[in-house]
Design a protein around this ligand. Structure first.
Ligand code: PRX
Length: 658
């Protein structure tokens, strides 16, 4: 294995993570029982989908429950897609009601484990009951089909109940990750014009209480659209309830009827909006609709996680991110499979917590982020060795490229060299997994997401949209619409067009650089735009910059990513100060806290450097590449001929040495 520099056609160099030759084949025992059993089976499916994509997806869609079948599989007026046109369907019905007619009615749908080790099990029947009740609560509060509901909650079963209840009546949910600040909540509520917010008094994190309702209270001072707030009591933290606006979940649920038919919804009805970072300071509301999203997540869940009725499946993501939407709730429940939901973090109260839970529930399929694996690797093998992990049969990763060392540890220490690993590449916008091994069919190479899912047409191209040869870096694009794709940016179709369908002619641009090796395996090299991936979560550098300059003592700020052993990427900020403000250590702390307050702790810069000038081109563009080199402690090798003032570079370096 050797490090290798891969050139991206027409762009600055991007260093590919590695050149990796090891190949891991699934065992005969795994392949023979898998949904997709061999490379030949995969090739057959792939070719079938290429020949007739609409026929391929249409056939699979027949396995869902429809109130009314569709008339046309796809209506494509580039770049706007409508899938299963004319059909009528409900996601909550597909995740719940249809299993009630089978033996699964008393099967565990959600097994929830709290941080402190309490457990709650909701069967399909009991979950259905709670969802129906909460759907009636929403209706009683005046919620109608198409209204938006913001959900800001800890990882407790009520979060799943709330989202499925929205889906049941056609209210569009927008879940905000519990780590976001009041200011981030406000922006999202206002963009979505939400009518109602569901929250909790607080949540538990690493043994402490994190308050949540107070952040919503703060946000609601400037959100004219919100009429009601429903509050789950989780931590018993003191809260102020505003009369006629705020209601306790348990009060409303105590009188709610458990009878609520799922509303038949148009295939293209917006199921949810999920905000994600882009290259501007303002997050985008990614819109996913009903039928296509459900189909995409259902089929990918089944084939990639090789789901069987006997499985206990655990995805460790937070439901506040797309991974939790698609692969804790919708795709898994729609398959009638038991989904484990964990409230806490990997390392609390001890670094064996994940493995303790695997043992406790005999987890069969485990899906997590490379960041978590890297963090746990640090604590050594003694932690996983304390627990019985023999129930595991399949492992997965998501969110960022996984380095081969972490992959090998996962394979050896967790999977005991018996479990295939599915490295799944996808995005908030893609709704479901796009590039991945099918575990019984595709031999894996550590660090590669391998091959496209059948029906997904990806390519690696140059700026002009021309495919690049094997082992040459380029832009990762999708050439054809797919069912679970983003439909638009909420109330901003122009931004949708501009962001995804304009940079490279005729295709969806992912924002990622990648290369394909001679076997056609995809190696994702990371973002090529001003987006960084911190612990598997996407952040726009512009967002952090906007937060920094919103401080009255900051004149200018540039934010770049730099390598971080655990998080993948750390956040480095270069800041110029307003006259009068001294560049002190104390002020660095103030600024870090300021960013946490503006966006959330996830965006808190790891390093702040004060500088008198930022390196700019003659046209005034900040030269981020230089800053990236400096932040990473690299000698800059790139072209600096466009640098306006060479002395800036030397000064920044001096600052580094200081
Ligand atoms: O850069 C890619 C990286 O995460 C980005 C998508 O981030 P987000 O929308 O927050 O969704 C994360 C969870 C789906 C991608 O553009 N990414 C995601 N999965 C992988 C990955 N990079 C490499 N390998 C992956 N498996």
């Amino acid at each position: 294995m050797a490090g290798k520099e891969i050139k991206v056609a027409g762009e600055e160099n991007i260093t590919s993570v590695l050149h990796e030759d090891r190949l891991f084949k699934p065992s005969e025992a795994f392949s023979s029982q898998a949904h997709v059993k061999s490379r030949q089976d995969y090739d057959r499916l792939y070719r079938k989908a290429e020949k007739d994509p609409e026929g391929f997806w249409g056939e699979l869609a027949k396995d869902l429950h429809w109130f009314k079948p569709w008339e046309k599989v796809l209506q494509w007026k580039a770049p706007f897609a409508k899938w299963f046109v004319g059909g009528s369907i409900n996601v909550s019905y597909n995740c719940l009601d249809r299993h009630l007619k089978t033996w699964r009615k008393n099967k565990a749908a959600i097994i929830w484990e709290s941080e402190q080790g309490e457990s709650r099990t909701l069967t399909f029947q009991t979950l259905h009951r709670e969802v129906c009740k909460f759907a009636n609560v929403l209706k009683d509060q005046g919620l109608k089909k198409g209204d938006r509901v913001v959900i800001y909650m800890p990882m407790i079963p009520e979060l799943s109940i709330a989202m499925l209840a929205c889906a049941r009546i056609g209210a569009t949910h927008s879940i905000i990750f519990g780590g976001f600040s009041a200011s981030a909540i406000k922006d999202r509520i206002n963009d979505a014009e939400a009518k109602l917010v569901v929250t909790a008094d607080g949540g538990f994190r690493k043994g402490s209480v994190v308050t949540l309702k107070d952040k919503v209270d703060e946000a609601l001072k400037e959100t004219p659209s919100v009429e009601r707030m429903i509050v789950v009591q989780r931590t018993q933290s003191p809260v102020t309830m505003q009369e006629n606006r705020d209601f306790w979940w348990h009060d409303l649920m105590s009188t709610a009827s458990a009878d609520c038919k799922a509303t038949p919804l148009n295939s293209e009805h917006p199921l949810f909006i999920l905000y994600t970072s882009g290259t501007t300071g303002k997050p985008k509301g990614v819109v996913h609709t009903t039928a296509g999203y459900l189909l995409g997540t259902t089929v990918t869940s089944k084939w990639i996680f090789d789901l069987k009725d006997t499985d206990t499946y655990w995805c460790t993501a937070d439901i506040g991110w797309i991974t939790g939407h698609s692969y804790i709730i919708y795709g898994i429940l729609s398959n009638g499979v038991t989904s484990l939901m964990y409230e806490g973090v990997p390392t609390y109260p001890h670094p064996g917590r994940f493995w303790e839970i695997v043992e406790k529930y005999r987890v069969n399929i485990f899906y997590t982020a490379p960041t978590a694996i890297r963090a746990l690797t640090k604590f050594g093998e003694k932690w996983p060795k304390k627990y019985d992990l023999s129930s595991l049969r399949l492992l997965g990763t998501v969110g960022e490229p996984i380095n081969p060392e972490a992959w090998m540890w996962y394979h050896r220490v967790i999977g005991k060299e018996q479990c295939p690993i599915v490295d799944t590449w996808w995005q908030t916008e893609t709704g479901g997994i796009m590039i991945t091994p099918l575990p019984g069919a595709i031999p894996t190479k550590p660090g590669s997401a391998t091959l496209p899912f059948p029906g997904i047409a990806i390519d690696v191209v140059n700026r002009e949209g021309k495919p690049v040869p094997a082992d040459v870096g380029g832009y990762l694009v999708v050439k054809r619409p797919w069912p679970s794709m983003i439909r638009t940016v909420w109330r901003n179709p122009d931004r949708y067009k501009l962001t995804y369908w304009s940079d490279i002619p005729g295709v969806y641009f992912t924002g990622d650089g990648a290369r394909r090796d001679k076997d056609g395996y995809v190696w994702v090299m990371g973002r090529v735009d001003d987006v960084i991936n911190v612990s598997g979560h996407r952040l726009g550098t512009m967002e952090v910059e906007s937060a920094l300059v919103s401080h009255s003592k900051v004149a200018e700020a540039a934010v770049v990513g730099r390598p971080d052993e655990i998080k993948g990427t750390g956040i480095a900020a270069f800041v110029t100060l307003e006259g009068g403000q001294k560049p002190t250590e104390a002020f660095k702390k103030t600024l870090k806290a300021h960013v946490s307050k503006e966006i959330g702790a996830i965006a808190r810069p790891d390093d702040i450097r004060f500088t008198d000038f930022l390196p700019k081109t003659r046209s005034g563009k900040i030269m981020r590449r230089l800053l990236r080199d400096i932040a990473a402690g690299r000698e800059s090798v790139g072209d600096i001929t466009t640098l306006e003032d060479y002395t800036v570079l030397a000064k920044l370096r001096q600052e580094d040495d200081a």
